[in-house]
Each structure stands twice: as C-alpha cells, then as structure tokens.
Write a protein that binds this ligand. Sequence first.
Ligand SMILES: Nc1ncnc2c1ncn2[C@@H]1O[C@H](COP(=O)(O)OP(=O)(O)O)[C@@H](O)[C@H]1O
Ligand SMILES: [Mg+2]
Length: 276
Amino acid sequence: MENIPAMPVDRRLPDRTELRSLLRSPMPDNRPAIEVKSLDKYFGPIHAVRKISFSVDHGEVLGFLGPNGAGKSTTMKMIAGFLRPDGGTVLVNNLNVIDDPVGVKARIGYLPEGAPSYGEMTVEKFLRFIAEIRGFDSTERDKCIADIIRIINLGSVRKQTIETLSKGYRRRVGLAQAFLHDPDVLIMDEPTDGLDPNQKHEVRSLIKNMSSNKAIIISTHILEEVDAVCTRAIIISAGEILFDGSPGELRAKSDRNDIDDAFRSITTAQATGLAG
Ligand SMILES: Nc1ncnc2c1ncn2[C@@H]1O[C@H](COP(=O)(O)OP(=O)(O)O)[C@@H](O)[C@H]1O
Ligand SMILES: [Mg+2]
C-alpha cells in the first residue's frame, strides 16, 4: 500500500459559484502558469525528488522524460496537490498548492497514472459526478458533458460502465475528466502508456488540439512523443533535472541528432557519475 501523507484539509470548501469564479479568475501579468521551486520529496530513505526548480508558461507543452523511478509521477502529484512536498514551493497561477489546495485543484486538470477507478459507474455518470464536484450547475453540467463526450468521442460508450471499457476508452474517460472544466493548466501522467499505436496517435492529437494557451505537463517514455506534442522537454533522473530545453536542443546533444541517443547519453552519464 502506498503511504501518502495527507494534504492539509481546507475545512471551508468553496461553494459552486466560488469554484467557477476560481477557475476563471484573472492571472497576474507576466507570471508563469506553474512555478516549481526547490521541490523536495522523501519516501523514508528514498530521496525521490531533489530540490528541483522549473516553470511552465501558458502555451507551453512540457514533456517530462526520465527512466522509471526518476521522480516524474511524484513531482506531478505534488504539483497537482495530491502529495505533500517535504520542501520547496509550487505555485499554480500564482496560488500556493499547500496554502490553497482547493484553489489550485479548481484550476488544474490532472490525469493520474493508469485509468479512472470508478469501474462500476457508467461513463456518463462518472462525468456527471466530476462535473458536480467541479461546481457546474445542471445546465452547465449537461452542456459541458455533451461537449466533452463529442470532443473525446465517447458517444458510443456513454452508457457503458467504465470497467467494461477497453484500455483506450478508459484512458479517454480519464482525459475527459481532466479536460471537463477546460482548465488552463493540465498535468497528464503517461497519457499514452499501454495504448496501441492508433490510440497513441489519437491521444496525441487530442492533447495537441486542446493545448493552445494552456500550460501542459505530460510525462512519457516515448521520445517521439516529445517531437509530436511538446514545445519543451525536461529530463529527470534520480530526482534531479539533467536537461531543460527545446526538442531541437535535446536532439543536438546527440552526434547523430537523434533524440533516443541524446536521452541515453544524458541519463547514462549520470548513472556512471560523469554528469557534473
Ligand atoms: N508512495 C511511495 N512510497 C514509497 N516510495 C515511493 C512512493 N512513490 C514513489 N516512490 C519511489 O520514489 C521514486 C520515484 O518514483 P516515481 O515518481 O513514481 O518515478 P517515475 O514516475 O519517474 O517512474 C522511486 O524510487 C519510487 O519507488
Ligand atoms: Mg511514473
């Protein structure tokens, strides 16, 4: 069992109108959408995330790359407010995730690893449940569910329970709940993991179509995905950032101008102690 420390509880939960206004409240000028400073996380003796700092602007799609166990999911959970950091700060649209977890969650769409776990709910009921949590009134709710079902192409399975869906459809339901409130910050943990090539292509297109003016972080093991959807890449390994730059700059790290080659040389240099 995962031993995840609880987030501080905001006892006064906002009502529906407050939640909706939170999502659309204006952003201070010239601030990045996501600012991560010296973020640190231990699991017992494991130093999973080691004082990492970076920021993401609106309009950027940041690819989070790194070997298994690098700390990608842990970092994403901390940004999304699902895991409490041991040190450092996360600001989302200038709100601190520890001081204002509800405000931050209202502005974020988060696709966790794997698939939604409410297997016994139908797709429509699940999305209705999410819309209610998000504070939509019944008219808004019905409209946004109809929109997302159309955009994500879930019409044929809307009455089916989630547990009976194929992996590809289950992932689409996960994306639907993350996109439902049209947040301007999206955190997606391996959105194409385990999908077949056609489904991968479909999910990438969806993310691309949804991405204008949003700040997006996606983690992936598939380096071609960086070219397909990302404007920027960060390589994280053993809890540290080893590279932060454009896909082109990443490729230029390889003599052969090859992204896999660049990834391998950056991550194995660290493993053999050659990285600075
Ligand atoms: N809940 C947890 N309890 C203990 N160790 C954990 C937990 N979550 C992650 N870890 C450890 O933290 C490190 C980073 O994990 P993770 O963030 O899942 O990596 P990634 O997503 O890059 O594969 C790994 O060593 C992993 O075993
Ligand atoms: Mg992970």
